[in-house]
Design a protein around this ligand. Sequence first.
Ligand SMILES: Nc1ncnc2c1ncn2[C@@H]1O[C@H](COP(=O)(O)OP(=O)(O)O)[C@@H](O)[C@H]1O
Ligand SMILES: [Mg+2]
Length: 328
Amino acid sequence: MSAVLEISGLQKTYRSRKRVRRALDGFDMVVEAGQVHGFLGPNGSGKTTTLRTLLGLIKPNGGRMSILGQEVPRHLPEVAGQVGAIVESPQFFGNFTARDTLSLLADAGGVRPERVMAVLELVGLRDRAKERVKTYSLGMKQRLAVASALLKEPKLLILDEPANGLDPGGIREMRTLMRDLAESGMTVVLSSHILGEIQLICDSVTIISAGRRVAAGSVSSVLAQHASTTVKVRLEPGVDMYAATELLRAAGAQVTLERDHFTVGNASNPAQITRILAERQVYVTELTPVAVDLESVFLELTGTAPVDGQNRQVDQSAPVPAAGGWGQ
Ligand SMILES: Nc1ncnc2c1ncn2[C@@H]1O[C@H](COP(=O)(O)OP(=O)(O)O)[C@@H](O)[C@H]1O
Ligand SMILES: [Mg+2]
């Protein structure tokens, strides 16, 4: 496999009169050909900055980038024709039909006029192509945006938050479309701050937090590196569950109480739980590992899981928590 996209040590600092904000702090990313690659990170972690820098819309303060083997931004003119991107949500003229909108773009970009109906078909807008854009739903406008990015038959398609504002049905359609495009040989990079549906379509992911890569690779390898250390514990009926969890907390366990059970988040050695409780004649009736999914890895790595007693702030990236368990 060859890398379609490579970024290493990317730095970007925004300066205004009031403050200096380091948006990218030595960010790395590699995307192999023919993949659907998820670029995941919380709000404010640097995804849009990365994509805008890659496309030559803003200047980095350091680092190297290449697209299809060509160093950018220096060689951007050579590869631009092979890259389709939607980074800022495009504004379309509402009184135009989708077909007219794309015809205009095709004309301006020297694209064969037959491509217009072909891309409308591809994104599922063929039957609505002669309606004005202002009558479109948000999902349809998103699809029109994707269609516009597909006009020049790009090898690499970059979409910033394509699932934003879509309902579950719209997200599912977007997912099918991305898979179809990847199967046709295109490489697709899509950024998102929400995981749910995204993890289902990606072959590989890069997770960014506070301007740095915190995980990367195939979805299965990222999951394997973060095998769950969370276990679910149930006690004999009638036992004072609160008192039992206080014993574990005193030993350093991260306990979350539920109605009829509790979980221990950092149980890399679950035998510790049974030992501590049995010493006080409290017996465990169930102890099960909680399966790890990409969402929990994301929350752990980016520190965006809700914290008791704190409202989550937008544009806040907490430091990456240190690895390790307790009682070892
Ligand atoms: N034009 C700008 N001027 C100053 N700060 C900016 C600008 N654009 C983005 N930022 C800041 O850079 C950080 C990364 O933003 P962004 O790349 O938009 O993150 P994401 O797309 O992951 O939500 C944030 O702290 C954001 O506030
Ligand atoms: Mg963004």
